[in-house]
Write a protein of this length. Structure first.
Length: 457
């Protein structure tokens, strides 16, 4: 099997037709080639079997898909689009500008165009855009023999045969049955005998992100999609949900890191777009950190009287920021998995206050021991009031870490309730918030403990 560079040379020398006949390129090879040599990918897709090309096309990023479709002659582009599964075709077209969609719809087969327009009619981000109408529907009055005959006749066009869907005369879904049930009974058995009338269905207008938790909790390869009256419209398969979950997880992680979601691979995004995605958040966080300087200025008098307090400022505020980032990341992930919601806020608050108290006490003890050891091992002299300074650092760490865990856990829940993205309460944002409040807590504790010694008037 030639390497990617050999494939590129074959394309340039117009020898790819002979090569493809002898050696079937794997989807992974084609995807890797497309990502590395995007400008040559269109030529490769012209020579691929259309079904093979369609299987690979759905795994490519939007930008790559656009480039390939634009580089293909109209007849080849039409073949590829017509060969795509309805949900994959809708997902691609749904991301394009209106004018581009109009032009591409013109080259689709009439049946395919009608099907695509129907799916595009659902709101963006809805389950309707994710579903495919290619499934096997049966009646409760059918026999197993009739069902097996239906599968032989129409099964090739269905996206999955793992489950068959039972509908009544009005097309209303009344059950779904695993294919294995039909393979282990007598062919004369009526479908009604296999039904338990227990099924899970998605609504076409539900948000796509809601399907992730449903699939995860029910271990299903496919789920039916109905309208508000229960009529079966299509199905959503696990491969589409897996891609959706990967996309959502990527966006969430990037936002937690203090950046806008990139929407495309790091290796292909332009430098300008990368800077644009990252600069906005950094400016916001920088402005937030300026409040830290303001707080420092407010306690300038205390610092001038006890310069030693300044030594522990990075220690205090970083501990609060780290605890807040921990709590924020844990809660955001728990919300994404459906483990907690707004109604859980009191449970979360109690748990995080206790967590903050224990974690803060551990760090406070470590901080006090550090001052004790440095003082008695003559590594650093904190003066005659070293014990009070140790207490100040210890109690400040308890307060700052408690506040960090509390704010880091509550902010995502509050933002979710307000309709905002919980990931917007990213770890850097929480850290910035805790930096400012951590200084206030630190110097308040210092004033209480050292007011009659180092900070006396």
């Amino acid at each position: 099997m030639p390497n990617l560079n050999d494939i590129k040379n074959l394309l340039q020398n117009n020898k790819i037709t002979e090569f493809v006949k002898l050696n079937k390129l794997s989807p992974r090879d084609i995807i890797e080639f497309t990502n590395r040599y995007t400008n040559s990918a269109g030529k490769l897709f012209q020579h691929l079997d259309v079904k093979h090309a369609a299987r690979v096309f759905k795994f490519l990023r939007k930008k790559k898909q656009e480039i390939i479709i634009k580089s293909l002659p109209d007849e080849k582009a039409a073949e590829l689009l017509n060969a795509l599964q309805p949900d994959d075709r809708t997902a691609f077209l749904g991301l394009l500008p209106g004018n581009a969609v109009k032009e591409l719809l013109k080259i689709l087969a009439p049946e395919t165009r009608a099907e695509t327009l129907k799916l595009l009619g659902y709101p963006e981000g809805s389950v309707g855009r994710l579903m495919t109408p290619d499934y096997i529907a049966i009646k409760s009055t059918d026999t197993v023999q009739q069902v097996l005959e239906t599968i032989r006749q129409r099964g090739q066009a269905a996206e999955t045969l793992n489950f068959l869907f039972v509908v009544d005369d009005n097309g209303i879904l009344i059950d779904d049955i695993n294919i294995k049930e039909f393979l282990v009974v007598d062919p004369s058995t009526p479908v009604e005998k296999l039904m338990d009338h227990q099924f899970i269905a998605l609504s076409a207008n539900d948000a796509q992100t809601e399907t992730i938790a449903i699939f995860r909790n029910n271990s299903r390869f496919a789920l039916p999609v109905t309208n508000e009256t229960g009529v079966l419209l299509g199905i959503v398969t696990s491969d589409d949900v897996l891609r959706l979950a990967e996309k959502e997880n990527t966006r969430e992680i990037q936002r937690i890191g203090g950046s806008e979601a990139l929407e495309e691979p790091y290796t292909t995004i332009t430098f300008g777009r990368l800077m644009k995605k990252r600069a906005g958040w950094l400016v916001i966080l920088f402005l937030g950190e300026m409040l830290t300087a303001t707080a420092m200025g407010h306690f300038e008098g205390e610092i001038s009287k006890a310069v030693v307090l300044a030594v522990f400022i990075p220690l205090i505020i970083s501990s609060g920021g780290n605890s807040g980032s921990q709590a924020s990341s844990i809660i955001i992930r728990a919300m994404a998995l459906g483990e907690i919601n707004f109604k859980s806020w009191f449970y979360v608050m109690r748990k995080e206050i206790l967590s903050g108290l224990i974690l803060g006490s551990i760090l406070g003890l470590v901080g006090f021991l550090r001052i004790f050891l440095w003082q008695h091992l003559h590594i650093q002299d904190y003066g005659q009031h070293w014990f009070l300074i140790g207490l100040t650092v210890a109690f400040s760490l308890v307060g700052v870490v408690m506040w960090g865990t509390l704010s880091g856990s509550m902010l995502p829940i509050i933002l979710k309730k307000l309709g905002a993205d919980p990931a917007a309460s990213s770890a850097p944002f929480v850290a910035t918030l805790v930096d400012v409040t951590g200084l206030i807590i630190y110097f308040t504790v210092a004033t209480l403990i050292l007011s009659n010694t180092l900070l006396q008037s």
